[in-house]
Design a protein around this ligand. Structure first.
Ligand SMILES: *[C@@H]1O[C@H](CO)[C@@H](O)[C@H](O)[C@H]1NC(C)=O
Length: 351
């Protein structure tokens, strides 16, 4: 007589997101003549390193390729495949950890085109994290407006437009899958002769995850030292963009008691937006002082002094900077220099 048993041989499911998520692999094996083991192997769809050096997510082979991914090595003790997804223009995927790339990245392209790349959102996603390797588009005019190339997002209003050059930083978009189950990245390039390319890794963060950024934070820094830069901080010129309205948030790490901020704006520039645009920051408010003030904008007519002189702030975190650039007519130049972009190095100091 033959017995059918249910033996979960491998159960590593500690689902952070949806309890029903995770890939399932069913196998029937005959342990001996009398007993069949019916094993359900369930594994978490966690991040993995693909053999190409890119990150991927551990999925079954089938769900990987059905969603436009490529199998790049194995994971979950061989039951899963490390699924690397590089999304082409006009494509859509639900795969987590997807690279949004320009055609034939890392090659550049130089032509007018519209490229829409779409992420299908997990029902429990609250945020999308963008790890930007590079977004390299024609830069803005001297008022921060993207008149030539532009990247737009279909959800969230933190940035109405993105252009110029941005490298090696991250951003968070807040999303609501009940309003729209997709997030579109629409890149429009015009006929300006320029070599463009982009690559960003897109991860979906679920609402119950500890790694979620506080809602509304467009950037969230969680290490004791780091460098705060924004969209087009590597541009040439690196004018800050108009149409931004977001918080830059810093978690205060354990056993740190103060934070030192240092402006790292390139020489010949001074990041101090004209009024109409503002940067509010957790500095000391001293209106009489020409440095170390949390005054947020420069009345037209004054020349720039550093917005942030090196300063150590004793107050506990989290620290929030609010970067709001609503004025599309504000010039981003002073008579003798550029106003530039946000570039701040920070260090959280031990107690
Ligand atoms: C996507 O990947 C990130 C990073 O590994 C992970 O924290 C997150 O939970 C994943 N999201 C989903 C929807 O599984």
């Amino acid at each position: 007589m033959r017995t059918m048993g249910f033996f979960p041989l491998l159960l590593t499911a500690t689902f952070l997101c949806v309890p029903s998520s995770g890939d399932q692999f069913t196998s029937v094996s005959r342990a001996d003549r009398f007993l069949s083991l019916f094993s359900v192997i369930r594994f978490k769809n966690s991040m993995c390193s693909g053999s190409s050096g890119l990150s991927g997510t551990c999925y079954t082979y089938k769900s990987c390729v059905n969603n436009g991914g490529t199998s790049s090595g194995s994971c979950a003790d061989g039951f899963g495949t490390c699924c690397v997804t590089q999304l082409a223009c006009g494509s859509r995927t639900a795969n987590n950890c997807t690279y949004i790339e320009s055609p034939n990245y890392p090659d550049f392209f130089n032509e007018a085109r519209t490229c829409v790349q779409t992420i299908s959102l997990n029902a429990d996603a609250c945020q999308v994290r963008l790890d930007v390797t590079e977004v390299n588009l024609v830069g803005p005019d001297s008022k921060g407006n993207c008149n030539n190339d532009v990247l737009k997002f279909s959800q969230d209003i933190k940035w109405t437009q993105v252009c110029g050059i941005t490298q090696n930083t991250h951003f968070y978009l807040d999303v609501d899958p009940t309003v729209s189950g997709t997030l579109d990245f629409t890149f429009t390039t015009d006929g300006t002769s320029y070599n463009r390319r982009w690559r960003m890794k897109v991860s979906q963060i679920c609402c119950d995850q500890l790694s979620m950024a506080p809602m509304g934070c467009g950037q969230y820094f969680t290490s004791t030292t780091g460098s705060i830069t924004g969209w087009n901080s590597q541009g040439n010129p690196d004018f800050y963009l108009s149409g931004q309205n977001y918080a830059i948030c810093l978690r205060q790490e354990l056993n740190t008691c103060s934070t030192t901020y240092l402006e790292t704006t390139p020489s010949g520039e001074s990041f101090y937006p004209f009024c109409g645009d503002t940067l509010e920051w957790p500095g000391v408010h001293d209106p009489a002082s020409t440095t170390n003030r949390d005054q947020t904008c420069l009345p037209v007519g004054l020349t720039g002094s550093p917005l942030i002189a090196p300063i150590t702030i004793q107050q506990q975190g989290p620290h929030y900077f609010y970067f709001v650039t609503k004025d599309t007519a504000n010039e981003h130049t002073l008579t003798d220099k550029l106003i530039g972009n946000i570039n701040i190095a920070y260090t959280q100091n031990a107690c």
